[in-house]
Design a protein around this ligand. Structure first.
Ligand SMILES: Cc1ncc(COP(=O)(O)O)c(C=O)c1O
Length: 383
């Protein structure tokens, strides 16, 4: 099988991930921070080691690196915690439903104002000036934006935007970039950076991370046991306990930790270069297809290992099914949980066929996809 759906989740996982998951289950399955016996201590140690490895890859302070079930969980935590009645938020037209759904819910339930910056004509990527103008129109509680579109792969200049709108806090949805695009959080002006553990970080599903800058505090979305301050019915004020209620996903976290150790060795920069070359190769291979459209892509613009396309008159859902069944190539057709982005890019409601590469993909994988697309039923070459 040729797996080209890394934008959804990584596969296969990094070397050492499944062993670390199994090791946690077999050797460290106590409840971390709950009690003092050897298994709980082993669990706590495994989680803190993983936290340190994750923080290192993301260039963050381990004490302000929080671990939870998903990027979605942390995005909801921040938005629901920071946006009170009458609050105002500025976002982009490229957001995933993990941002748009909580924002629309907060709009309906708490009367917050959601300002969507449209971005440049061809990509939907906003300039720092556009975001600043939106922020300057009225008091704004926060700016939330993706680091890169999960539909087009276009990269948003989050650091330039954060510098421009300061002191308004900027929250970055890094689900598509963590582990795939170098970003030094501790040296950035970003208030919070959220990502999944199972995409570019190459770990197991059921894991998500938030990095918090000093001075940017958030309230928990859920409250419960932490193993600490058990005499109190209020959440402990200290991190990570304040934001990590309930028994954590120890095996998953240990898996992300092992993946991050591998990432530190391979380097995020090397992965970025590898993925960019594969996407360029794919574009060269398909650029002469009649009826081809690559929404949101502009030559020489910063791009991740994600790219979407449509072919006029063709059913992309059927094409994806044919590629899977006939050629063993896995990629994703549809809206990719980002209807707003498709509206902006003119591909709503049918969506696009999305190719998303990872560290394991090779030029041969890309060539096999191009050949398969040339062989597809009904295709007639240009000349
Ligand atoms: C841009 C973006 N944000 C958020 C998410 C949600 O990530 P998770 O499934 O880990 O909650 C995704 C997942 O596809 C995504 O692509």
């Amino acid at each position: 099988m040729i797996y080209l759906d890394h934008g959804a989740t990584s596969f296969p996982k990094a070397p050492g991930v499944s062993a670390a998951v199994a090791r946690f289950i077999d050797e460290s399955s106590g409840n971390p921070g709950r009690g003092g016996h050897r298994l709980t201590i082993a669990a706590s140690r495994a989680i803190e080691d993983a936290r340190a490895a994750i923080a290192e890859v993301l260039d963050a302070d381990p004490e302000r690196t929080l671990l939870g079930p998903s990027a979605t969980f942390w995005l909801n935590t921040i938005l629901c915690g920071r946006l009170g009645p009458g609050g105002r938020v500025v976002t982009t037209a490229l957001e995933h439903n993990s941002v748009m759904r909580p924002l629309r819910w907060l709009e309906a339930q708490r009367g917050i104002e959601v300002v969507v910056v449209e971005g440049t004509e061809s990509t939907g990527v906003p300039t720092p000036t556009e975001v600043q103008e939106a922020v300057d129109q009225a008091p704004t509680a926060l700016v939330i934006l993706s680091h890169a579109s999960n539909v087009s792969g276009a990269i948003i200049p989050v650091e330039a935007i954060a510098c421009r709108v300061a002191p308004t806090p900027v929250v970055v949805d890094g689900a598509q970039t963590a582990g795939a695009l170098p970003f030094a959080f501790s040296r950035s002006s970003v208030a919070a950076f959220v990502c999944s553990g199972h995409k570019g970080l190459q770990g197991p599903a059921g894991t998500g991370v938030v990095l918090l800058a000093r001075g940017f505090e958030i309230q928990p979305l859920i409250r419960g046991g932490t193993g600490s301050r058990s005499e109190s019915e209020d959440m402990p004020a200290i991190l990570p306990d304040l934001l990590e209620a309930g028994t954590p996903n120890g095996p998953g976290i240990a898996g992300v930790g092992a993946a991050c150790e591998w990432l530190a060795d391979r380097t995020v920069q090397a992965i970025q270069i590898h993925e960019r070359l594969l996407i360029q190769r794919f574009i060269s291979g398909i650029q002469n297809f009649p009826g081809l459209r690559i929404p949101g892509w502009v030559k020489d613009m910063p791009q991740t290992g994600v790219l979407s396309f449509t072919i006029e008159g063709e059913d992309i859902g059927e094409l994806a099914t044919w590629l899977d069944r006939d050629r063993g190539i896995a990629l994703r057709a549809g809206l990719h949980c980002a209807p707003a982005a498709h509206r902006r890019l003119g591909t709503f409601p049918t969506g696009t066929l999305r190719v998303s590469v990872g560290p394991w993909n090779t030029e041969d994988d890309i060539d096999a996809l191009v050949t398969a697309l040339e062989d597809r039923p009904g295709y007639t070459p240009n000349s």
